[in-house]
Design a protein around this ligand. Structure first.
Ligand SMILES: Nc1ncnc2c1ncn2[C@@H]1O[C@H](COP(=O)(O)OP(=O)(O)O)[C@@H](O)[C@H]1O
Ligand SMILES: CC(=O)OP(=O)(O)O
Ligand SMILES: [Mg+2]
Length: 398
């Protein structure tokens, strides 16, 4: 079964074609900077004769054009891996928000599509792009089964004490206002890899996903018991452009004292805050360079970013009543040693003892970066949301 996995973000599409159940990656790549100048389509094919890759800088005004460019690579006479789109049997879509009704992996229905659209306001950077991905893939891969895998699914095991908010009951009962949590596919994938590595039954884990969006989860016996994101993917940790936890009074102040409309407030908190608001840059590599150069704003932003991670580590160690390992993952978590250093600083009372040399070593796969004998393991586990989505598609349909 050939599963084409699409992870559509606000300005990018990551994709992999995976042969299941062997979990063999046939090709993978990404469309970057959609809608901006210098958009780019990357494609890597793992052919019997070796790797063939292509990178093309071409205008990609929208997701439809991006996916069409990818489909053209897939069937290209020289670097292609299939002769016809019908050789894609299943398309697996990452969808960020499915609300309370849609959290299980399932075939796309008109009802699910309507719900994904209804939730645009709650996940404005993600659901619209996810929806477009579905609409375009239904046209390009017309014979394939289309499956949705929700970011919220893994967090459905949270108990009510964690997911309810102390607002009047009717808002939950009538309107389903509660914490949902996101990046669930990633938290699930890395917590399973970590549990295998630790070879311990039902370990107590804190998974720390640091990409453009950032979130943490407390995982006990393979189940999520708490997570840092809520009704939408804006709260919790400081992110690339999103604010993370903020005092609600700020919202009223912006509206009532500074005259902002609610749309403007939303734009500020979702798109202009976080590391971008603090430093002028949202990409951690740019901020890192300024940190190294001793720029004050970058130093404070890094410290704040790590401080919020440390607060959640403390909170989740309490929630779990103990801790076997903390797990860093995603673009920043896997690659940025400085973030890990700052996030693990002064945590020896909790048993977290980072090994500076191991942490600084660049690596690729799962690795342990704690000191010998550290009571809590510190792991870097590369995430693979695409593989997890392909597995779930296979389990649903095989
Ligand atoms: N080598 C690196 N060092 C530091 N940060 C990195 C490195 N590689 C990627 N990143 C950061 O990872 C983030 C993107 O992570 P990613 O998981 O790809 O996010 P998303 O899936 O949300 O697009 C960016 O902030 C980028 O700067
Ligand atoms: C939910 C979310 O924040 O996703 P991403 O990190 O891909 O933006
Ligand atoms: Mg991501």
């Amino acid at each position: 079964m050939n599963v084409f996995v699409i992870n559509s973000g606000s300005s990018s599409i990551k994709y992999q074609l995976i042969s299941m159940p062997a979990a063999r990656v046939i090709c993978s790549g990404m469309v970057d900077r959609i809608g901006l100048e210098e958009s780019k389509v990357e494609y890597r094919a793992f052919l019997p004769e070796g790797l063939k890759s292509r990178e093309e800088n071409l205008p990609v005004p929208g997701h439809a054009e991006g996916l069409r460019a990818v489909a053209a690579f897939l069937t290209d006479p020289e670097v292609g891996v299939i002769s016809d789109p019908s050789q894609v049997h299943v398309v697996g879509h990452r969808v960020v928000h499915g609300g309370e009704k849609f959290s299980q992996t399932q075939l796309i229905t008109e009802e699910a599509k309507a719900m994904i659209q209804e939730l645009f306001p709650l996940a404005p950077l993600h659901n619209p792009a996810n929806f477009l991905g579905i609409e375009v893939a239904e046209k390009i891969f017309a014979q394939a089964k289309q499956v949705v895998v929700f970011d919220t699914a893994f967090h459905q095991t949270m108990p009510a004490v964690a997911f309810r908010m102390a607002i009047p009951n009717e808002y939950y009962e009538k309107h389903k206002i509660r914490s949902y949590g996101f990046h669930g596919t990633s938290h699930k994938y890395v917590s399973e890899r970590a549990a295998e590595y630790l070879a311990k039954k039902g370990p107590k884990l804190i998974t720390i996903h640091l990409g453009n969006g950032c979130s943490m989860a407390a995982v006990k016996e393979g189940r999520c018991v708490d997570t840092s994101m809520g009704l939408g993917p804006m709260n919790g940790l400081i992110m690339g452009t999103r604010v993370g936890d903020v005092d609600q009074s700020v919202i009223f102040h912006l509206v009532q004292q500074l005259g902002y409309s609610l749309d403007e407030v939303n734009t500020v908190l979702n798109k202009k805050s976080g590391m971008l608001g603090l430093t002028g840059f949202s990409d951690m590599r740019d901020i890192r360079a300024r940190y190294e150069a001793g720029e004050k704003a970058a130093i404070l932003a890094y410290q704040m970013y790590a401080y919020h991670i440390r607060k959640f580590i403390g909170a989740y160690a309490a929630v779990l009543n103990g801790l076997d390992a903390i797990v860093f993952t995603a673009g920043v978590g896997e690659n940025d040693a400085l973030t890990r250093t700052l996030a693990c600083a002064d945590m020896d009372f909790l048993g977290i003892k980072l090994d500076a040399a191991k942490n600084a070593e660049p690596g690729k796969g799962l690795r342990e970066i704690n000191q010998e004998g550290s009571p809590v393991k510190v792991l870097v586990v590369p995430t693979n949301e695409e593989l997890e989505i392909a597995k779930q598609c296979y389990d649903l349909l095989a």
